[in-house]
Every structure is written in structure tokens, then in C-alpha cells.
Design a binder for this molecule. Structure first.
Ligand code: F6P
Length: 354
């Protein structure tokens, strides 16, 4: 690896609020330190197809407050093949790019690790995902903004649920983890929170609803993670669970509908399901995510200037730190069922489904 004079920045996988703040921070700090910057469009796809443009400071003006990513994003099949990665490397060389800053979640960093190993390319990763499931960082940017949207959704549901004395299920994103549902559920005052890390029993859910009815509370709000599973489903192999989900797909578009159906069947309550979906990834990043993405982005530029490659700037105990990408890629950070936040939720009388 020679001296780095020009860096390429890309955003990959699912977009997350704060990605633009990160692009801006990396670009500005790199230019400040005398580097040339190139924006690579549509994630790894732009590297494979050569959709690359030089970025000056003004290219990242007026974007810190914008959601999504000005660089666009994609999930790129070609880059998963050796031929695709060779094309990507050739384009990098053609454009004079010496190092890459990759902004995204686990899939994006796994791509970075493979590419760096194959071609000895200096890479820096940045954690941007609403799922907050990246290993090695206490926080990813996008997460806090998504909590705001998801908890606001629960707030809106609260008034109508109370008026109609209904059970409402709000299904939230988070892929295979429950971070977003747990935090939005607590912030929104949900009564039952169901996350993949704590497989649920229908009996517990029914008991919690009945207890509320006995206490004179005639509505219940359930925040359920899209990846939530029952205790019986938790015993299945990955393959069997996939088959089960496929066989139920016609009847239940997602887990919330399945739980809703069972509640009506077991205790006769009227249930409504709300799935905010990609709304949770949209809109403006909140101030927290803008600052976090900015701090991590500047750290990325600092690492390049110091010739320290193969790292992801991260948050550890409220401080900006770094961790090798090789330790992060391919792992998932899950909610610990014994963690403080879960135990605190239990002390509020919340039902966690177990
Ligand atoms: O990783 C972010 C995320 O929004 C997950 O929460 C969700 O499971 C997935 O992406 C949805 O992916 P897509 O945008 O490809 O439908």
C-alpha cells in the first residue's frame, strides 16, 4: 500500500438517516487534510460500473439535514462475485482512488473485508444502520432517528387505541434484532414488547392483555419486531423456520398479523395491525445522528491520514473509538435479555412476551 492521495466514499445496503452527514464529514475533513475525494454512486454497484464523480467541498453543502444518501445506495449482486470485484478494483485504479470509506451495515462491511483482503485495498468502515445491530459499536447512526419515528407512530396509535378499546400491534423494523422495537416501545409507552432475542409465548401475551382489562385498561399496545419469533419457532432450525414462514406467507404478510390472529382467536379482542415499514428509514436525521455521523466521519478521515486502515470508527462507552473491520464483519449485535434496559422495562410492568 502506497501513500493515500485520493479516497472514494460509498454508501451501501439499506440507507440510514445520518449517511449524508457522514459523507459530508469525511469529504470535508479529507479535503481539509489535503486529500482528493471521489463519490461512488449506488454503493458497490458504482464501483463495478464506474459511476464515480469528484467531490469538492461544495458537493456536500446543505446535506447534513437530509435523510437518505446523496450517493444513492444499492444491494449489489455483482460485487459478491470475484469477477465483479475485479471490475470494481480496475475502476478504482482507473479513477486514481487509493482508499475507500464504506458507509453501511454488516453486509457492506463484510464486502469491505473481502475486497480489502483480495486486493490489499485500504478500507475504513462507518456504521450506518437503523437496526443498530453492527457488532463492535454501542451505536450506529440512523438508529436514534428511527426510534423517533417509530415511537411517534406508537404515540399516534395510542389515542385511537384508547378511543376504540382495541388491541393494536405496531410492527417495527430491525431485521433479526430488537433494538429499534425495544427502544421505541419504551419511548412510546407500549404495554407489550416482543423482540427476537426473547421468544414469546402466546399465553404470556394473552395474560398481559387480560390483566390490563381487569385493571380497567381496555386497550393494549404491542410493539413487535419484524423478526420476533415464538418459543416454539425458536426451537426450529433456520431452514425449518424459513419453510414455516414461506408456508404462512399467504395468510400472514408478517409476524404482527400472525400474533393478531391468535389474540382474536384466543380471547376475542378486536386487533388492528400497523406496519410503518420504510417510513422508519425516511425523513431527516435527528440532531443526535447528525453529530454522531459527523464525529465518526471525521475519525475516518483521521485514520486515513494516520495510515491506519481496516478499521471502523465506533462508539464505546460514549467515546469515539476504533475497531478492526475483521472483528465486526459477519457478526450481529443482539439485545442481551439480561441487559439493564430489558430489566428496567420489566420493572415498569411491561410484558416482554416470555
Ligand atoms: O437494515 C435496515 C432494514 O431497514 C431492516 O430493518 C429491514 O429488515 C431491511 O432493511 C429492509 O430491507 P429493504 O429496504 O431491502 O426492504
Amino acid at each position: 500500500m502506497g501513500t493515500v492521495k485520493c479516497i472514494g466514499i460509498l454508501t451501501s445496503g439499506g440507507d440510514a438517516p445520518g449517511m449524508n452527514a457522514a459523507i459530508r464529514a469525511v469529504t470535508r475533513a479529507a479535503i481539509y487534510n489535503g486529500l482528493q475525494v471521489k463519490g461512488i454512486y449506488r454503493g458497490y454497484k458504482g464501483l463495478v460500473t464506474g459511476e464515480i464523480k469528484e467531490f469538492k467541498s461544495q458537493n456536500v453543502s446543505n446535506i447534513i439535514q437530509l435523510g437518505g444518501t446523496i450517493l444513492k445506495t444499492a444491494r449489489c449482486k455483482e460485487f459478491t462475485t470475484p469477477e465483479g470485484r475485479q471490475l470494481a478494483y480496475d475502476n478504482m485504479k482507473k479513477e486514481g482512488i487509493d482508499a475507500l470509506v464504506i458507509i453501511g451495515g454488516d453486509g457492506s462491511l463484510t464486502g469491505a473485508r473481502i475486497f480489502a483482503q483480495e486486493f490489499d485495498v485500504p478500507c475504513i468502515g462507518l456504521p450506518g444502520t437503523i437496526d443498530n445491530d453492527l457488532y463492535g459499536t454501542d451505536m450506529s447512526f440512523g438508529f436514534q432517528s428511527a426510534i423517533d419515528i417509530a415511537s411517534n407512530t406508537i404515540d399516534c396509535i395510542h389515542t385511537t387505541a384508547a378511543s376504540h378499546s382495541r388491541v393494536f400491534i405496531v410492527e417495527l423494523m430491525g431485521h433479526k434484532t430488537g433494538w429499534l422495537t425495544l427502544y421505541a416501545g419504551i419511548a412510546g409507552g407500549a404495554d407489550i414488547i416482543l423482540i427476537p432475542e426473547i421468544p414469546y409465548k402466546m399465553e404470556s401475551i394473552i395474560n398481559a392483555i387480560s390483566k390490563r382489562t381487569q385493571e380497567g385498561k381496555h386497550f393494549t399496545i404491542i410493539a413487535v419486531a419484524e423478526g420476533a419469533i415464538s418459543q416454539e419457532e425458536a426451537l426450529l432450525t433456520k431452514k425449518k423456520l424459513k419453510e414455516l414462514r414461506a408456508s404462512e406467507a399467504g395468510k400472514y404478510p408478517s409476524v404482527a398479523y400472525k400474533i393478531g390472529d391468535k389474540i382474536t382467536e384466543l380471547c376475542g379482542h378486536e386487533v388492528r395491525v400497523t406496519v410503518p415499514g420504510h417510513v422508519q428509514r425516511g425523513g431527516q436525521p435527528n440532531a443526535y445522528d447528525r453529530v454522531l455521523a459527523t464525529r465518526l466521519g471525521v475519525k475516518a478521515a483521521e485514520l486515513i491520514m494516520a495510515g491506519k486502515y481496516g478499521y471502523m470508527p465506533c462508539v464505546k462507552n460514549n467515546q469515539i473509538d476504533i475497531i478492526p473491520i475483521s472483528e465486526v464483519a459477519g457478526k450481529t449485535r443482539k439485545v442481551d435479555p439480561q441487559s439493564d434496559v430489558v430489566l428496567q422495562a420489566r420493572q415498569l410492568g411491561l410484558c416482554l412476551g416470555d
